[in-house]
Design a protein around this ligand. Structure first.
Ligand SMILES: CC(C)(COP(=O)(O)OP(=O)(O)OC[C@H]1O[C@@H](n2cnc3c(N)ncnc32)[C@H](O)[C@@H]1OP(=O)(O)O)[C@@H](O)C(=O)NCCC(=O)NCCS
Length: 175
């Protein structure tokens, strides 16, 4: 398994997941409306100083998921983390591997102080995963989105540099 730049050949697998029924319920954004052209254009954008997207791929170089550090703010030393893995790759340790790699880059190479994320309160699997990795619930935007005619809270989580260094020696140890 490894992280690499997104490639055009990943687009079809990305779309399969984005257009699935599951993805409709777990993201604030409606990924179903993104076309092949939209995703191709996204993949073509090169990583910059402020936005990094990686594909996590298996040993056959097949796309498993995307992990990102967005809005990297070097003045305030923070960045937003995002992750999405295909159904078949969930529960395999791939997301844990990708998260370990991107947090390593954030804290050990970019020297950031904080990495944060937001997640719909209904996305229980992602919330369990974030807690396992060491993210801490920081606050809640109440009734921030409407899905299936119901209001949903948006939760904010973050991990600080010192928390990463403590955690680095526990849950990531087996990887
Ligand atoms: C979020 C995501 C990256 C996590 O990766 P993963 O490989 O599924 O995570 P893991 O299996 O390592 O961990 C998930 C944990 O949640 C637990 N879990 C699964 N379903 C759950 C549920 N309904 N309620 C609570 N916990 C749940 C699992 O048991 C596991 O905990 P454990 O390792 O202690 O047993 C992945 O599921 C994913 O990409 N989901 C779709 C996209 C998404 O939701 N992205 C986040 C948007 S904010």
């Amino acid at each position: 398994m490894k992280l690499r730049q997104l490639k055009i050949k990943d687009v079809d697998r990305m779309l399969t997941w984005m257009h699935s029924k599951e993805s409709k319920d777990i993201f604030a954004k409606d990924f179903n409306k993104y076309t092949k052209e939209d995703v191709t254009n996204f993949v073509k954008i090169k990583n910059t100083k402020n936005n990094i997207n990686y594909a996590c791929v298996n040993d056959d170089d097949e796309y498993l998921g995307t992990v990102s550090l967005k809005n990297i703010d070097y003045d305030n030393k923070n960045a937003e983390y995002a992750i999405s893995f295909m159904k078949e790759a969930q529960g395999t340790g791939a997301a844990l591997f990708a998260t370990k790699e991107i947090l390593k880059q954030a804290f050990e190479e970019l020297n950031l102080e904080k990495v944060y994320l937001d997640v719909l309160e209904t996305n229980k699997r992602a919330i369990s995963f974030y807690k396992k990795v060491g993210f801490i619930h920081e606050g809640t935007f109440r009734k921030h989105f409407i899905k299936n005619n119901e209001y949903i809270n948006l939760l904010y989580f973050s991990i600080l540099r010192e928390e990463y260094y403590k955690k680095r020696f526990s849950c990531f140890n087996s990887l």
